[in-house]
Design a binder for this molecule. Structure first.
Ligand code: FAD
Ligand code: NAI
Length: 477
């Protein structure tokens, strides 16, 4: 006996669960296969983002920011606090309860949209004819499933380094780094990417001495050069030690912690002794045990499932979305692909503009951008103009005690069309939405500059930077 569906989604992370919901909204009979189990053995929806990614990391970032504020930044407001303590297990329990609320929320969405959740590991069996056959394996039992369309949304997993075994106790990837029950005195981090900077910030704010070892001669290489410079300055001021151009050598664990041998940019031998080590050197697509070969599909040399601009694989009724395909490994990119594919299956003509996907790094201040950097546009030989405006002279930023950072708007020199917006600010994650919307509508810098922005607000800086880019006529500078 097999079960039949119009659409089977494999994976219920950000991209898979949204694909399932949209397909159900469009009237399809939908199943979503998900094998994720929590440490207590319970099955859970939500994938990396909800369980061990976006949501828990942002919860810890918020808790640690509150702690740092209470411990060091209330004095300037005339508020004195006699003793500030952090109860790490309580902070972790808060994070866990947010995760649980969110994952249970997806269970509710599945029930509401009549999506069948098949618990277990999905594996392709055959792909001949009009339908694809899969089996879902749970505790050794296999359930046969037939689907007219399959959406692969199996996500990614942390990349580990040879000779550095992750046990999520002494040496952690994102899972262990989000579950520490005490503040390590000395925390080592390999990789100054998004996870290294976000989780390094969490534990630094709570009192850890954090050293980040980065292989490249620069960090945040994908960001605009003005952002790179500002971030380096701000993180150094906060006490986040970032060593660039390093080569990692032997890593030895002992009773007291971890010792990392490394070579600095000048070739000098160095050693880092720390109580915990986080390895955050990128993520790799996850396709193990999926049986792609049984339906004639293969991954590329980097492990991704090859797809076209509409997430179609080489098979007409098999699609792949999210972290398991090309493009940025971001939850919202995968969500948009989930919507796009469900609508394609329904015969609609959806489209994603991959140049307009915003990025946010949730450090303090936050870093966000959409579109191209100044260096990318110069490499393309495009004539551009730029406008930059600081938060240091914005009344709202001063009032809330967040005067760091700026907005930089890059526009086409001839047409004034906005080509990139780069923000370093306490609420960059929210501010970038205006820029993304403007760019989706092909706005000019002058368009943003002529829109009325509430006063006093951080968004006024977006307007000023746009006016500065448009014809150097920022009003308050
Ligand atoms: P995943 O979320 O990885 O989900 C894939 C699911 O498929 C998993 O649940 C897995 O169990 C399941 N699965 C895999 N194979 C099978 C199989 N054969 N059978 C059944 N089920 C299977 N992105 C942002 O946009 N913003 C952030 O702030 C952010 N913060 C992050 C913080 C951290 C610490 C990490 C690690 C990531 C963060 N990300 C963030 C990235 C984001 O989590 C990913 O881009 C997103 O989760 C990708 O979604 P996905 O659905 O493609 O894959
Ligand atoms: P990353 O790709 O952001 O950064 C990895 C860093 O490690 C790079 O700077 C790289 O040069 C460095 N590196 C690689 N090998 C190294 C080595 N051997 N020694 C020293 N340094 C080395 O990857 P990260 O931080 O693991 O995050 C994975 C992905 O998860 C991100 O790219 C992003 O897509 C997603 N993510 C998104 C977040 C957000 O949107 N706010 C937050 C966290 C993760």
């Amino acid at each position: 006996m097999s079960q039949n569906f119009d659409v089977v989604v494999i994976g219920a992370g950000s991209s898979g669960y949204i694909a399932a919901v949209r397909a159900a909204q469009l009237g399809f009979r939908v199943a979503c296969v998900e094998k994720w189990r929590n440490p207590n053995g319970e099955y859970a929806l939500g994938g990396t983002c909800l369980n061990v990614g976006c949501i828990p990391s942002k919860a810890l970032l918020a808790s640690s920011e509150e702690y740092e504020k209470a411990a060091g930044h209330l004095d300037e407001h005339g508020i004195s606090v006699s003793s500030v303590k952090i109860d790490v297990p309580k902070m972790i329990a808060r994070k866990d309860s947010i995760v649980s609320k969110m994952t249970k929320g997806i269970e509710f969405l599945f029930r509401k949209n009549k999506i069948t959740w098949l618990k277990g590991h999905a594996r392709f069996v055959s792909g001949e004819g009009a339908s694809i056959r899969l089996e879902v394996i749970e505790d050794g039992e296999a359930l046969l499933v037939e689907a007219a369309n399959v959406i692969i949304a199996t996500g990614s997993k942390p990349r580990h380094l040879p000779g550095i075994p992750v046990d999520n106790k002494l040496i952690c990837d994102n899972e262990g780094a989000l579950a520490m029950t005490e503040v390590p005195k000395r925390l080592g981090v390999i990789g100054a990417g998004v996870i290294g900077l976000e989780l390094g910030s969490v534990w630094r704010r709570l009192g850890a001495e954090v050293t980040i070892l980065e292989a490249l001669p620069t960090f945040l290489a994908a960001t605009d050069v003005a952002v790179q410079k500002e971030a380096a300055k701000l993180f150094a001021k906060q006490g986040l030690k970032i060593e660039l151009g390093v080569k990692i050598g032997e890593v030895v664990t002992g009773k007291k912690g971890v010792k990392v041998a490394w070579t600095d940019a000048k070739g000098g031998a160095q050693a880092l002794e720390c109580d915990r080590l986080i390895v955050s050197v990128g993520r790799v697509p996850h396709t193990e045990g999926l049986g792609l070969e049984t339906i004639g599909l293969a991954t590329d040399e980097r492990g991704f499932i090859p797809v076209d601009g509409h997430c179609r694989t080489a098979l007409p009724n098999v699609y792949a979305i999210g972290d398991v395909v090309r493009g940025p490994m971001l939850a919202h990119k995968g969500e948009d692909e989930g919507v796009m594919v469900a609508e394609l299956i329904a015969g609609q003509k959806p489209h994603i503009d991959y140049d307009k996907i915003p990025w946010v790094i949730y450090t303090s201040p936050e870093i966000a951008w959409v579109g191209k950097t100044e260096q990318q546009l110069k490499e393309e030989g495009r004539a551009i103009k730029t406008g930059q405006f600081p938060f240091a002279i914005n009344g709202r930023a001063l009032g809330i005690g967040s005067p760091e950072g700026f907005v930089k708007v890059i526009a086409d020199a001839a047409t004034d069309e906005v080509l990139g917006v780069h923000v370093v600010a306490s609420s960059a994650s929210d501010l970038i939405a205006e820029a993304t919307m403007a760019m989706e509508f092909k706005a000019s810098a002058e368009d943003i500059g002529r829109i009325c922005h509430a006063h006093p607000s951080l968004a006024e800086v977006m307007r000023e930077a746009a006016l500065a880019a448009s014809d150097k006529r920022a009003l308050n500078m």
